[in-house]
Each structure stands twice: as C-alpha cells, then as structure tokens.
Design a protein around this ligand. Structure first.
Ligand SMILES: Cc1ncc(COP(=O)(O)O)c(C=O)c1O
Length: 368
C-alpha cells in the first residue's frame, strides 16, 4: 500500500496568481512598478499600517528597518530562538545583536531577560512573532517606552497574526514580513516593512534603490533591494485569498490542539494572551519520559506514516558558530531545552480534514 505523503507546506499558486504573473511577463515591464505599489497599498490596508515598503526578502525588510536608525555598535535585544536573519540584519546595519532567552511556553522573547540585558548602548528591541504566535506585545512596548527604544517586530512568520483586536502589522514602529514560498503569504522571494513613520518609509525607499531619489542622483549609499512587478502581481493577487488561507490554518491548528492537548508528554505552544495565532508553524515539545520516545524517534515514526515534520530550530542563535566566534559563548537554558525537544507538524492551508486526521492518528499511533 502506498502511504500518502503529507508535506510541511503547500507552495502552489492559483490560476489567478499565475495569470497575474504572466500578464506582467507579457507586458515586459518586469522591474518594480505599479504592481509592487498596489501590493504595498493592499497589504498596508489589510494590516492597518500607515506605510509599506516592499523589498527583495524578509532579510532586506529587516535590514531596511534597522538602516533608518541604527548607529555603529548599537545593541539590539533579540531572542536566540528564531531564524538567523532576525540577528544578521542587525549586524548588516552596523549593530550588535544581544541574545536573550525566550518564554518556555510561548517561545517568544523573554522580556524580563531582555530587561536584564539593557546597557547604555541598547537602542532597540527585535522581538519575533514566532511561528505566527504574537510576542508579548504589551510587555515589549512597556520596556521600549521605559528605555526609549525602537521596536523592530520580526513578523516574517506572522501574516494575519492579531493582537488586542488588531493586526500585528499595525503595531509600529517597524513590522517586517517575508514572502518566501513556505510563508502564510508567498510570492517567491520578497519582503515588506510596515511603519507608522512617513520619514522612515521615505528613507527605506531610498535605501532600497541605491539612495536614488531621482534617476542617477544618489543621496546615500544604499542597496538594490527592489521587488519585481512579477512578485508584486503574485502578492497582490494572493491577497484576495489570504483570509481564506488564514482561516484554513486556524481551523487546522484548532483541530490539532483539540487532539494533541490530551496526549501526555506533548506540550503545545501557548498562545499569547489577547492574541490570535496565525499558525505559520504548529510546534510542540516532546517529553521523552512521559511520551515514551524522544522527538527524533517520533519524527521517524511520523515519516514512516507519510507525515513530514520539521525542527525549527535545531540550534539557538547563541550556539551558531559565527555568533560564538563574534560574541563568545553564553548559556540560554530555555532556548537550549526547546531546540532539543521541539518539532513542527503540517498545519498549512492546503491540508484536507482527512490530512489533519491522518497527522493526529500518526502521532497517536506512534505511541502504541
Ligand atoms: C523569523 C524570520 N525572520 C526573518 C526571515 C528572513 O526572511 P527571508 O528568508 O525572506 O529573507 C525569516 C525567513 O525564514 C524568518 O523565519
């Protein structure tokens, strides 16, 4: 019997999205133009943000945000349990990431640890809405207000995440997205920075295109971080099914939570209070004693049943060779525990009810 494979992501475009891309290809107007501008407008409206600056990736979206205010040697407090670019963007802009631990249940920035690591050089906080779970927004904002820090929210995994009744894209100061193919909204490669500052948006547009306000007149040394109109057209077309894709992720997430919360030895990601998770990833930790096997053994069993899984992330950023070379070795116990016991299972918009049931059955079956 062949086992149906259930993948971690569904990166297929719809016919409407393909048509939108083909129209741009036919027009020959491939560079950044009206499609990107329309995508920026639509995404800003969806999130409630004032200004939107599209770019070539989530990494460039973060880099552009930091370029607007960071000075050489400025420190930015970031969680160690996240993707590399959360921290590398700080370095690209001339700053120094300072690694903080995360909350063991929500997996997002431990704000008390961040508070302990503030120094006279601290200039910003770089919290991450990890896996689509809102960070501790109120505590982050309170800490930033107390010490006059900027906030660069890493929302690369959090399209559609809500906090306090609004979309996290409207939080200001800077909210940075990725449109990589596995993300909740995807165009290929792309990113966007949302902000409530008109001046910052203008500056980011300059940095995005070689500091070129007018053609061949350069007022600063910038980058080529532009998004093409092919990607802009795909993003704009996909906006129309974003609510539907998010609803599917949430429905799948709720079904997984209902079933898995009853299994001894699995601890699910706690959703931050007053917020709505967008389930970019569905993650939990495995207690080997209580569950009867460790994370890696469970992953093997799932694979035999055709259910793919992932580990985000197998190392804390403070354990990455490059950061140990740069900043020395530190210990962050929660991150180190999470990275050795966490795993992700399929939750994406392309799953059928049967797929979700098969994922649950495979986890239950692994124990028996
Ligand atoms: C938390 C986080 N930050 C930043 C990025 C960088 O985005 P990109 O890959 O589009 O450069 C990613 C992408 O995986 C991410 O997950």
């Amino acid at each position: 019997m062949t086992v149906k494979k259930i993948n971690m992501a569904d990166t297929r475009l719809t016919e409407a999205e393909i048509t939108a891309a083909v129209e741009v290809l036919r027009s020959g107007l491939l560079r950044q133009g009206p499609q990107v501008a329309a995508f920026e407008k639509a995404f800003a409206e969806f999130t409630g943000a004032k200004f939107a600056v599209a770019s070539s990736s989530g990494t460039s979206a973060l880099h552009l945000a930091y370029l607007t205010f960071l000075k050489p040697g400025d420190e930015v407090l970031v969680p160690a349990f996240t993707f590399f670019a959360t921290a590398s963007a700080v370095i690209l802009a001339g700053g120094k990431p300072v690694f903080c631990d995360v909350d063991p249940e929500t997996y997002t920035l431990d704000v008390a640890d961040a508070a302990r690591k503030i120094t006279p050089r601290t200039r910003a906080l770089g919290p991450v809405h990890l896996f689509g779970n809102a960070a501790a927004v109120k505590q982050v904002r309170d800490l930033a207000a107390k010490h006059n820090l900027k906030i660069v929210w890493d929302a690369a995994q959090a399209h559609g995440t809500r906090y306090g009744g609004g979309d996290i894209g409207g939080l200001g100061d800077f909210v940075c997205y990725s449109f990589y193919p596995t993300k909740n909204l995807f165009v290929g490669e792309g990113g966007m920075t949302l902000t409530d500052s008109a001046a910052a948006a203008e500056l980011m547009k300059l940095y995005r295109s070689h500091g070129q306000g007018q053609k061949y007149k350069h007022t600063l040394v910038g980058y080529n971080y532009r998004m093409t109109d092919v990607e802009g057209a795909i993003g704009l077309a996909q906006m129309t099914r974003l609510p539907e894709m998010l609803a599917a992720r949430r429905k799948n997430g709720a079904a997984l939570t209902a079933a898995l919360s009853r299994i001894d030895g699995l601890a699910l990601q706690r959703v931050e209070e007053n917020s709505d998770h967008s389930f970019h990833q569905y993650c939990f930790t495995v207690d080997p004693q209580r569950f009867g096997m460790d994370r890696d053994a469970l992953r093997d069993r799932l694979q035999q049943a055709g259910v793919m899984s992932g580990v985000h992330y197998p190392l804390g950023l403070h354990e990455q060779p490059v950061f140990q070379d740069l900043y020395g070795e530190i210990s962050l116990p929660v991150t180190e525990d999470l990275r050795s016991r966490i795993m992700a299972i399929p939750v994406h918009h392309g799953l059928s009810e049967e797929d979700v049931a098969a994922v649950i059955a495979a986890i239950k079956g692994a124990q028996g």
